[in-house]
Design a protein around this ligand. Sequence first.
Ligand code: PLP
Length: 330
Amino acid sequence: MAPRTIDLRSDTVTRPDAAMRAAMAGAEVGDDVLDHDPTMAALEERIAAMLGYEAGLWVPSGTMGNTIALMMHLQRGDSFLAPEHAHVLGSELGTAAWLAQGMPQVLPHDAGPGRPTPAAVAAASGAGPYYTLHPRLLCLENSHNFAGGSVFDAEEWNALLKAGRDAGLLVHLDGARVWNAAVALGVPVSELTRGADTVQVCLSKGLGAPVGSMLVSDTARIGEARRIRKMLGGGVRQGGVLAAAGLVALDNIDSLAGDHANARLLADGLRERGWTVEPPETNIVLARSGVSVADLAELGIAAVTVTGKTRFVTHRDVCRADIEEALGRL
Ligand SMILES: *Cc1c(COP(=O)(O)O)cnc(C)c1O
């Protein structure tokens, strides 16, 4: 018999638990396109306040949240700066270019994994002659997915914001996993989100919602974002059923610490077994060995390859015993 699969491909594989399904079933709802669904409105207000912004807009996915933000910020002839391997660069089908009309400019990880220095931002945003691109937007990612869930702290965030502002740039934070960053650093999430023009956060990753992200900004921009969401086909009707899952997901933030502990356990175990492992800062482990993803699948361990390394992601549907079991199979 094939062993039970321990799924470490992503923290998006979690299934809504009984409490979340009950909240969804019992949600108060309205037509969010015609009016404003009350549960959607409650979730938007709550997350905007948590992140330090005036207003929020629920969106079906992180990709749509990022796309709407970039569509608001960019126009033809503009460039946007993002750290190498950012999700907006390589994992969103080039929407930043063909929908938002921005030309990407890649920033180095010269401050550490996933982290550009303020000097790199300054160097990449200088103005040139009329035929050169207008650098318009700095797009940061915390935690940085493909750099192994790496984190930058509030001091670094503020220094990067300042470098962006000094260069006349707008700033968007792709905070798909900023909850993980806040838990890892032991700070309120607002310390890592405040001060940008727009922030996108996911509810469907470590927090366990089946669907949903949030874009936050000032009230005027969120009004415009609501129009663009409709343009992209992202307006939903009785969205309260989905927003209710998001409200329950917010209760799961503290439990991310357990995912981080499991990631460290996995990293230590892999190292003992001869793998080359980067120390995990959150719930993502990047590692290398002669063992391929296909070999792992034979052992009932599901992982993926990113940037030439094997990526394991811990999440609320795997426990410590599952990690020990996976290490045992190796
Ligand atoms: C997952 C992810 C997204 C996109 O979220 P989806 O809901 O899958 O569209 C954006 N940015 C980062 C850093 C992510 O990890």
